[in-house]
Design a protein around this ligand. Sequence first.
Ligand SMILES: CCCCCCCCCCCCC[C@H](O)CC(=O)SCCNC(=O)CCNC(=O)[C@H](O)C(C)(C)COP(=O)(O)OP(=O)(O)OC[C@H]1O[C@@H](n2cnc3c(N)ncnc32)[C@H](O)[C@@H]1OP(=O)(O)O
Length: 257
Amino acid sequence: MSYETILLEIKDRVGLITLNRPQALNALNAQIVSELNQALDSLEADLKIGCIVLTGSKKAFAAGADIKEMAELTYPQIYLDDLFSDSDRVANRRKPIIAAVNGFALGGGCELALMCDFILAGDNAKFGQPEINLGVLPGMGGTQRLTRAVGKAKAMEMCLTGRFIDAVEAERCGIVARIVPADELLDDALKTAALIASKSVPISMMVKESVNRAFEVSLSEGVRFERRVFHAAFATQDQKEGMAAFVAKRAAEFQNK
Ligand SMILES: CCCCCCCCCCCCC[C@H](O)CC(=O)SCCNC(=O)CCNC(=O)[C@H](O)C(C)(C)COP(=O)(O)OP(=O)(O)OC[C@H]1O[C@@H](n2cnc3c(N)ncnc32)[C@H](O)[C@@H]1OP(=O)(O)O
């Protein structure tokens, strides 16, 4: 399957998706989101793939929604179309997705990165929700995921001022898992993804589902959910292989069963 606005590469057990609208700093439009979801569908269906990396260019992960395409939209049109609902399909993927962010991740670009499971940032990365400068507010989960990631004070300041923050501030406040020299970011992200893909895919899916549950339910309900999923892990061959390998002092060879 060939795409116009994204590149899809398979690197052993890792799927690499590169946003590819450099002329507009990877500004997000309906086509790029549609092609992104098509690529994610294929990677989710490929049993070999254990982890996905989503990245952009050296200058921009994504500079937000395509303002030129959005400027003339009207309320009835976007309400009837349920604009941005397609993006929920990105956030609800079951396999782990790493966002490798160099340069700008602004507006929808920051929101897209926050939909991923964790962000590795190049030391040139800049994050922001500058929608207020355009007479709107974040519309793809930014007020919700950013607030859960960094807390009310930082999220409110960023959304009300439209201020960009650099990689150091983003790591300090919890948006970013790790900072990497920009030139080494993609290699690091692919190595990290390969490590995750070497684990049991069903178990990594259970990890993702349990961690994300913390955003949805009370602590007691979340602990109960995690416990039941932990119990379920013992129905997998991979749990038997993982623990047997430890006892035999050898590397586990997970079969994703
Ligand atoms: C879009 C309608 C259908 C949508 C369907 C689904 C879309 C996916 C969902 C998206 C999320 C929507 C919800 C979100 O909360 C709303 C937003 O994201 S609003 C946009 C927020 N982003 C911004 O405000 C950033 C705008 N850009 C800038 O401030 C600057 O470009 C920069 C990033 C600081 C870089 O500045 P410079 O280095 O000076 O570079 P230029 O400004 O010259 O840019 C180079 C080139 O790229 C074009 N460009 C940059 N950003 C955008 C953009 N967001 N949309 C369109 N085009 C962009 C810029 O115009 C230049 O091109 P040129 O004019 O030279 O042809």
